[in-house]
Write a protein that binds this ligand. Structure first.
Ligand SMILES: Cc1cc2nc3c(=O)[nH]c(=O)nc-3n(C[C@H](O)[C@H](O)[C@H](O)COP(=O)(O)O)c2cc1C
Length: 380
């Protein structure tokens, strides 16, 4: 295997990344000229409020080979240094990372893509899958699928604005037929084909239709649509998203779809070691996560945007408390949510041991650590 290569030009030039295998077995997935990953790609899905950097690092440590950020607003990301700092810190430090944006305007997406590239991201993604009410009101996410020309113009604008090595990707759902009454494999393939023609380097398909803002992931995903997309031979990697509810499902999904990789959200929250050959217990994973939080403390950004050393971070931790930390790494709610989800595999009795209020009152990471150690018998 070749070593992982990451390079940051001081001028923000293209980050090169490869964890592909050496040799000529042809079993690598080339996303861009400088982004090649081993097949299959094991991908952490974008998750609002749950894609914090320590959690990404935890998943990467246990077999995940590609991560997405949570959905960020392209216009704000392009315009506001404070928003960028909150979202990604001073620069992207874990690779490869695709930064996902909500956008309904080509110029905003292109400017956000340029900014994400300058921060060291490997690519950026257009969210065409979010069904939430606020997405409907703002006309983005899955609601934008009503306007394929607009989606393609957004992709094309970013493609034109960024170097070839920076991936421009799209995450979409199964499309409806012309009359909007039933799912259509043909229209899904056609939409993806148009996005690729506009410049998309990778397509992730969440194999469900939009449904409603309330029923976002109801019912089984239809993996036959992913299969059809793969069989259409669009010339770009396809990620299959949906229906992974156990370790066994990962292989089953890849076998059924023939996709280049599998993207997982909920099951990875429950089991961040989902893609690793060896399963880790919830307490061991929680221990790892807390350690990673601690490590990430050393690069918590200061208010002025500079990155503090260890001492500065500790001061910030003790004076402001864990809940004041940016979502870039994790606040107390994010932390609670991760711990709860990881404990779902441990059965209800371990979940019940977490007392919401006591947990919330924890002011520092050390408090959280002490509390969880006592409650869950975490390894030292
Ligand atoms: C907590 C949570 C937050 C999510 N946030 C996003 C998001 O920011 N962007 C997005 O495209 N999808 C988002 N999703 C959807 C997932 O990326 C994924 O498409 C969906 O959950 C289906 O995958 P799964 O069956 O593996 O959970 C989110 C899902 C969850 C559970």
């Amino acid at each position: 295997m070749s070593a992982i290569v990451t390079a940051h030009g001081s001028d923000g030039e293209a980050v090169q990344f490869s964890n592909a295998s050496d040799g000529d077995d042809g079993d690598d997935v080339q996303i861009t000229p400088t982004l090649t990953l081993r097949r299959p790609i094991y991908c952490m899905a974008p998750m609002v409020g749950q894609s914090d950097r320590p959690f990404r690092l935890l998943c990467r440590r246990h077999g995940t080979t590609l991560c997405y950020s949570e959905m960020l607003m392209a216009d704000e990301f392009a315009a506001s240094a404070a928003y960028r700092l909150e979202a990604l810190g001073d620069r992207v430090r874990d690779h490869p990372l695709i930064v996902q944006f909500a956008a309904n305007e080509p110029d905003a997406f292109a400017r956000a893509a340029v900014a994400a590239h300058a921060m060291g991201a490997s690519g950026c993604d257009l969210n065409i899958g979010c069904p939430q009410r606020r997405a409907r009101e703002g006309f983005y996410g899955s609601w934008m699928q009503e306007d394929w020309d607009l989606c393609c113009a957004i992709i094309a604008a970013a493609r034109a604005a960024c170097p070839r090595g920076f991936a421009i990707t799209a995450k979409l759902r199964v499309q409806y037929c012309e009359r909007g009454t039933r799912p259509s494999t043909e229209r899904t393939v056609e939409f993806a084909r148009r996005l690729v023609a506009a410049g998309a380097d990778l397509i992730a398909l969440h194999a469900r239709v939009r449904g409603s803002p309330e029923l976002r992931r109801a019912g089984a995903a239809d993996l036959t649509v992913v299969r059809a997309l793969v069989d259409a031979g669009l010339g770009v990697p396809i990620l299959s998203n949906g229906n992974v509810r156990s370790r066994e499902d990962v292989a089953l999904n890849l076998k059924a779809t023939g996709a280049d990789g599998v993207m997982v959200a909920e099951e990875l929250l429950r089991d961040p070691s989902l893609f690793a050959p060896e399963k880790r217990s919830p307490p061991a994973l929680i221990r790892d996560y807390l350690n990673l939080l601690q490590e990430c403390e050393s690069d918590v950004p200061r208010e002025d945007g500079s990155v503090s050393g260890k001492d500065g971070a500790v001061t910030r931790a003790t004076t402001e408390g864990v809940e004041r930390y940016s979502v870039w790494w994790a606040n107390i709610e994010v932390l609670r949510c991760h711990v709860k989800r990881m404990l779902e595999r441990g059965g209800s009795s371990s979940k019940e041991t977490l007392q919401r209020n006591t947990f919330r009152k924890a002011a520092t990471l050390a408090d959280v650590d002490r509390y969880l150690r006592a409650r869950l018998r975490l390894p030292e």
